[in-house]
Design a protein around this ligand. Structure first.
Ligand code: FES
Ligand code: FES
Length: 182
């Protein structure tokens, strides 16, 4: 909550805010115009949140704010004061990848990886509100996350697979079995 302001040596007012990120509480001093993506990356060292366009177009900066995907380049840090934020660093639990992350890897849905953090968070938000989405619903949910590498086919496949608990592709399983019996 905005309970304290400080004016620095240059006469700029700064606000003491509290960000609840991935279950941890951080108190940060920010300018009124500080952008959430920058505060996450530069103040909290959570650089898994990427920045592409910084215009709200590409989705690479997606985080969950109170469980909903937002472009963190379009959110003032002060707007997030006292609210729950999930970044990609908060998705794996005890070093175990989340189902969406695992499926993304197993279904070769990651190439350069720049879109992946935002894509995973948008997909997770979808599966939380709709555990068994249709393919069009998956495409709609990730429509704000641009990927320049994959053509989306494997990403959609991975999200569908995660929703159905098929974290390892069938062809991968059978090639492994063949390798073992050879
Ligand atoms: S960097 Fe935020 S939407 Fe592109
Ligand atoms: S994997 Fe490169 S932008 Fe999506």
């Amino acid at each position: 909550m905005l309970n304290q302001t400080i004016t620095d040596n240059e006469g700029v007012k700064r606000y003491l805010i509290t960000l609840n990120v991935n279950g941890d509480t951080h108190t940060v001093l920010v300018k009124g115009n500080a952008i959430l993506a920058n505060v996450l990356r530069d103040e909290l060292n959570l650089t898994g949140t990427k920045k592409g366009c910084e215009l709200g177009d590409c989705g690479s900066c997606t985080v969950l704010l109170e469980g909903k995907p937002v472009d963190s380049c379009m959110v003032l840090a002060m707007e997030a004061d006292g609210r729950e934020i999930t970044t990609i660093e908060g998705v794996a639990v005890n070093s175990k990848l989340d189902a969406v992350q695992e499926a993304m890897l197993n279904y070769t849905a990651v190439q350069c990886g720049y879109c992946t953090p935002g894509m995973v968070l948008s997909a997770k938000a979808l599966l939380t509100r709709n555990p068994h989405p249709t393919e069009p619903e998956v495409r709609e949910a990730i429509s704000g996350n641009l990927c320049r590498c994959t053509g989306y086919v494997h990403i959609v496949e991975a999200v569908m697979a995660a929703s159905e608990g098929r974290l390892v592709p069938e062809d991968y399983k059978s090639s492994k079995a063949e390798g073992e019996s050879a």
